[in-house]
Design a protein around this ligand. Structure first.
Ligand SMILES: *Cc1c(COP(=O)(O)O)cnc(C)c1O
Length: 483
């Protein structure tokens, strides 16, 4: 059923809220309010609908929303896993929601302890000694980490201004490096999807400041040369920045500092129990090596005996990157998630995430060609190569999945894989859910052969059929206007 824009429902004179008649000695709005605050027709053309009509309109819209609580959501690179509701509940405890950031340190010892402890957990996971929880998202964490590197080189060797970024990187990496004032150079991945140490050496000169690597990389592959790469980077006086968005593949298994990582961000809204996809709020804490620690944003939360304080007295600090101390609600959820799982639980998360991705890869590899035929980490990349002969594009496969009630995986990313289909099942999916997805993918492969027009013209069962994605991206209409 078509749902109209709320302004298009016509029901003049049917407001949701009525002020009581004056016969109980109530004061009317006109008597209570300053005249200048009372709006008349000149204020606009608001829809006039009864309360149940408003409720139904928004409920109907919300039911169109596909979400991770409704079904399988295998969006690669996004870690769309189930977020336990208990953590949501904990973050809404009045002790957390009713405090104010301007309150005296003495009064907010509880939340300071929680934030300090969360910082300690993140340090433990990364093996790095410094932390800030301020950045509000992954990209913001990248920017903060790069600001720290910039501050370091401004002090030690200002001509170092070049950041190397592999061609498989997430688009935020080069954007953050440029925003932080660096020059970026793209380096090519080798045929196995890794950074080639020999290739890397060619790009290094006395202007080299560092490299940004996603570990495991955005192809879902662990870089076999990572130790060689980090040695080359450090021998050349640069920093190794790790994009930690894929931390779901490493927790408790690999300590980034052991790989030579100097600075990294976490995406609390991917790995640590904050729902995402709706635009925030998120959390992008970073942990850093001792060389970068003194530049961390202020305030740093410190502990002396059992008292926690906000340390603003840090002369080398880059200053603030966000008001106050970070998105606290998101931090509370992450803390609660850490507490609920413990270190052995986090390790299991990683084991199941990797197992599930490989189960899908292996189950489908005879039907959909894999981009890199080797063991993957928490996500796998397929292609349409076997289906191309029937005229089927990756986009068609993605759209056909919608007819079967499954959210499409990430498609056409990473850009270096032709017609990529990137699947990240996450650890929270059962074997039954994975088998169901695999069955559906097999059906689509079969349809591609026997009745390709069904796949080509998908989706058939969606509320909206195939959209003109180019026009939607180039000329979006974001505002409804009255004819
Ligand atoms: C999600 C993601 C980012 C960006 O994180 P945001 O929180 O969306 O800003 C960066 N790199 C990789 C690999 C990602 O998957």
């Amino acid at each position: 059923m078509e749902e109209k824009i709320i302004f298009e429902y016509k029901s003049e004179g049917r407001p949701s809220i009525k002020f009581p008649d004056n016969n109980f000695n109530y004061k009317s709005p006109e008597e209570l309010l300053d005249k200048s605050l009372i709006c008349n027709e000149a204020c606009g053309d608001f829809p006039e609908l009864s309360e149940p009509e408003v409720v139904r309109h928004f409920i109907r819209l919300s039911e169109r929303n596909y979400n991770v609580d409704a079904n399988f959501y295998p969006l690669g690179s996004c870690t769309m896993k189930y977020n336990p509701k208990v953590n949501e509940q904990v973050s809404r405890f009045p002790g957390f929601t009713d405090i104010h950031p301007y309150q005296d340190e003495e009064d907010i010892q509880g939340i300071l302890e929680l934030l300090y402890q969360l910082g300690e957990y993140l340090k433990d996971l990364s093996g790095l000694p410094g932390v800030t929880l301020q950045p509000a998202a992954g990209a913001h964490g990248e920017l903060t980490g790069l600001f720290l590197m910039k501050a370091y080189f401004n002090e030690h060797d200002p001509k170092r201004n070049v950041i190397l970024i592999p061609d498989s990187a997430h688009g935020t990496n080069p954007a953050s490096a440029k925003t932080a004032g660096f020059e970026t150079i793209q380096i090519k991945s080798n045929p196995a999807g890794n950074t080639d140490p020999e290739q890397l050496k060619k790009y290094i000169d006395d202007r080299f400041a560092g490299i940004m690597l996603t570990i495991p990389n955005t192809l879902g592959l662990f870089d076999r040369h990572i130790l060689d790469v980090s040695k080359i980077v450090h021998d050349a006086g640069g920093f190794l920045y790790m994009d930690g968005a894929n931390m779901n593949a490493l927790m408790g298994k690999v300590i980034p500092a052991d790989l030579g990582v100097d600075v990294m961000h976490f995406n609390l809204h991917k790995t640590f129990s904050t729902p995402h996809g709706g635009g925030g709020p998120g959390g992008g804490p970073i942990t850093v090596s001792s060389a970068l620690e003194k530049y961390l944003p202020v305030p740093v939360i410190t502990r002396r005996k059992d008292k926690y304080s906000l340390d603003y007295d840090r002369p080398s600090s880059i200053g603030k990157v966000k008001e106050f101390y970070g998105n606290i609600g998101v931090c509370v959820k992450a803390y609660s998630y850490f507490k609920a799982l413990g270190s052995s639980g986090l390790k299991k998360v990683t084991e199941f995430a990797v197992l599930n991705a490989n189960y899908i890869r292996k189950s489908l590899e005879d039907i959909f060609k894999t981009a890199y035929p080797r063991i993957c980490m928490h996500e796998c990349v397929l292609t349409n190569e076997n289906q191309e002969q029937y005229g089927i594009k990756t986009l068609n496969i993605a759209k056909r999945l919608l007819d079967y009630g499954i959210h499409a995986p990430t498609v056409y990313f990473p850009l270096i894989v032709h017609e990529a289909i990137m699947i990240e099942p996450t650890e929270t999916e059962s074997k039954e859910a994975l088998d169901n997805f695999i069955e559906i993918m097999k059906k689509i492969a079969e349809e591609s052969k026997s009745a390709p027009e069904i796949v080509l013209n998908a989706p058939h069962k969606m509320f909206r059929k195939k959209l003109d994605e180019v026009t939607a991206a180039r000329n979006p209409i974001l505002k409804w206007r009255k004819e």
